[in-house]
Design a protein around this ligand. Sequence first.
Ligand code: NAD
Length: 352
Amino acid sequence: MDTILVTGGAGFIGCNFVRFALRRTQSRVVVFDKLTYAGSLLNLHDVERHPRCAFVRGDIGDRAAVKAALDRYRPAAIVHFAAETHVDRSIEGPRNFLDANVIGTFELLEAALWYYRGLGAARESFRFLHVSTDEVYGSLEQGAFNENSSYAPNSPYAASKAAADHFVRAYNRTFGLPALITNCSNNYGYYQYPEKLVPVIVLNAAAGRNLPIYGDGLNVRDWLFVEDHCAALIAVLRRGEPGRSYNIGGGNERTNLQMVEALCAALEEQMPAARNPALRARGATDYLALRVFVPDRPGHDRRYATDIARMRREIGWRPLCPFDEGVRRTVRWYLEHTQWCRAMLAARSQPA
Ligand SMILES: NC(=O)c1ccc[n+]([C@@H]2O[C@H](COP(=O)([O-])OP(=O)(O)OC[C@H]3O[C@@H](n4cnc5c(N)ncnc54)[C@H](O)[C@@H]3O)[C@@H](O)[C@H]2O)c1
């Protein structure tokens, strides 16, 4: 049985990946996570005691702690999700983003290289998979980003991820670490911390609160259901070529307004506005009436779109979940997990 060490495995995509890997592979999965406000054992409640799952609380910036975990669990692969991820927070305070995403990734790379060099025969199959974002490419007028698009990050978050990507690339080229990079578009699905667009819209609408939309709402994102992202990462681990980058996307370009409309439509199906006392109390008859336009985010990228030709051709992956179905499943999950949302938000006020 081989082992995958998953940094950031207690966060949104990480915890979906842990579940996916336990379900679809025979690997042991070791989560290495600092448990910041965005990460929680609540996200792993159903797999924490799985016989093939282990959890280590630690900071990727703590090289000794990472080395100890590598030494103890001897993974065949590291999948690196751990990061500060909220663009708005990176505008309010970029420093954390440098610490976690740049210095953290650097320390992790150092530990990984040390471990890799001591591997012997197992070196051949070892992989370091760095999970990154299409935001490193900046904003797009026409066409779609591919793996040769130049980096032009616009937010401190994107700049920190771009820097991390460059370090990962350099550790491959300079030191021969068998590293791969994936640059993925916006994910939606279960367990996303309730500060990002999708959970905020669903939870606010259900509670009859305003639905805040940045600027004119016409910024375009390419949405991917999180489980499709997890499948893509497993496929890249198996079939990707070290030293190469892979763009992952859903082929679902939507303006933020369209995303809000899709979420409200799914909500209407599952919790009709006419029967929702929170809406009645506000005198609203449908969810879309709750939309309010708020001042735009500074440096807000207008459009992202991702060309996944390389993933299709070389890895044999494509997204499977249709957008409307993914939205329906996501809305249902948040409606059924209001307790989780409350607990995640309550934990934010606790010291880390
Ligand atoms: N969410 C998206 O749409 C999206 C799209 C493309 C790429 N990504 C990338 O995927 C990764 C995961 O994103 P997410 O949305 O799941 O993030 P998230 O904010 O939900 O989770 C991040 C996780 O990393 C952990 N973490 C943060 N700093 C750490 C540190 N120093 N040491 C150890 N653990 C630490 C947190 O505790 C948390 O569990 C990130 O690298 C992000 O850049 C996200």
